[in-house]
Design a binder for this molecule. Structure first.
Ligand SMILES: *Cc1c(COP(=O)(O)O)cnc(C)c1O
Length: 374
């Protein structure tokens, strides 16, 4: 098996054809020439399939499951992928376990599932209650590390317990990306990712995908995509595929810089609740180190209050005040401004980009000095 960098630059490329491009450009087609019986056709209609998706999906499956033979289904966004799994798999009366500290749109999705007659339990990522909630469940949703709190749960342990109950296990792998963590190898049935974040890494495209080994499960999710039409545009799919070639470089750089930034933040008395799974003394580090291959780009911490955090964010030059994470340009935001996460008013989620670490540290330190003056 090749290394991660080699795999990332070549993932999903077609066989070499003289005088053809290495990565063929996006195919724009609403329909395809379709003689005779559609059952034999590879491509029929633009909502059902597209060669640009196929290439990307092959690449994503390769990254999520290099030693296995998983397949991937791409979607218009991470939420389209998450909704596809939950809404296509859960039946009335079934029990679903969701994190209560995961991506904030899990809350309206929970209401939708309950409206359809499912019973939903919510638990904190990495808590003892999470292991207990698996009992009698039909689908267990994990998000690790969780966004934005950066708590971590043991995928292998929870997947084994869930499988003893006959439950499906899905992991939101957005924060880690497949180069940070491979949930399918850790026993999960599905790995679900928002490619909008670190996977594409340039802050210019929305996309999501589901990867799984079970063909029938993949078919069910793909069929859901067809029914609701949550398909990625060919241009978006191509942009994400193109971005995969630098995924390894980006996540390595981000994962190397994040602890340096965190250590600089730690030296500040006004910073509390500093979290990054790569820090040896982080409460999540031990479990993270057992299943993650890179610890990601997000560092979270809390400043004394909302005004302090706002002054800090406004004073930054190299870090944009923006939502999302995982981009080559560092971003930070006060998560409390959205109202959906259970975090203190001064809570800041910082996404470390590809800038030089010393420049970032200097900018953050200067902005903290500005903010501290009031
Ligand atoms: C952003 C995000 C999503 C949603 O993805 P979109 O592409 O914005 O729809 C889901 N899960 C996590 C952990 C995220 O960070």
């Amino acid at each position: 098996m090749t290394g991660d960098g080699t795999r990332a630059v070549r993932a999903g490329l077609p066989a070499r054809e003289p005088y053809e491009p290495t990565l063929p450009g996006p195919v724009f087609a609403a329909h395809y020439h379709l003689p005779g019986d559609p059952a034999d056709a590879t491509y029929t209609y633009g909502r059902d399939g597209n060669p640009t998706w196929t290439a990307l999906e092959n690449a994503l499956a390769e990254l999520e499951d290099p030693a296995g033979d998983a397949s991937a289904v791409s979607f218009a966004s991470g939420m389209a992928a998450i909704s596809a799994v939950l809404l296509s798999q859960v039946r009335p009366g079934q029990v679903v376990v969701l994190p209560n500290d995961g991506y904030n749109l899990l809350t309206p999705l929970r209401e939708r599932l309950e409206g359809f007659g499912a019973r939903v339990r919510t638990v904190a990522t990495g808590s003892r209650e999470q292991a207990e909630a698996v009992r009698g469940a039909d689908l267990v949703w994990l998000e690790t590390p969780s966004n934005p709190g950066l708590d971590v749960c043991d995928i292998r342990e929870l997947a084994d317990a869930a499988h003893r109950e006959g439950a499906l296990v899905a992991v939101d792998n957005t924060l880690a990306t497949p180069l940070g963590q491979r949930p399918l190898e850790l026993g999960a049935d599905l790995s679900v990712v928002s490619g909008t974040k670190a996977l594409s890494g340039h802050g210019d495209v929305l996309l999501g995908y589901v990867a799984c080994r079970d063909r029938a499960l993949a078919d069910g999710v793909r069929h859901w995509r067809k029914i609701v039409g949550a398909i990625p545009g060919p241009m978006e799919a191509w942009l994400v595929h193109r971005s995969l070639a630098t995924l390894h470089l980006r996540v390595e750089r981000q994962a190397a810089t994040a602890p340096l930034v965190a250590e600089a933040l730690r030296r500040r008395p006004e910073v509390t609740g500093l979290r990054h799974p790569g820090l040896p003394d982080d409460p999540a580090h031990q479990v993270a180190a057992g299943q993650m291959r890179r610890f990601g780009c997000v560092v979270s911490f809390t400043l004394p209050d909302r005004e302090h955090a706002e002054r800090f964010l406004a004073a930054l030059d190299l870090v944009d005040d923006a939502t999302s994470f995982g981009g080559v340009r560092s971003t930070a935001e006060r998560r409390g401004r959205w109202g959906g996460d259970d975090v203190p008013e001064g809570f800041v989620r910082l996404s470390v980009g590809a800038e030089d670490a010393e420049d970032l540290v200097a900018d953050l330190t200067r902005a903290l000095d500005v903010a501290a003056r009031g």
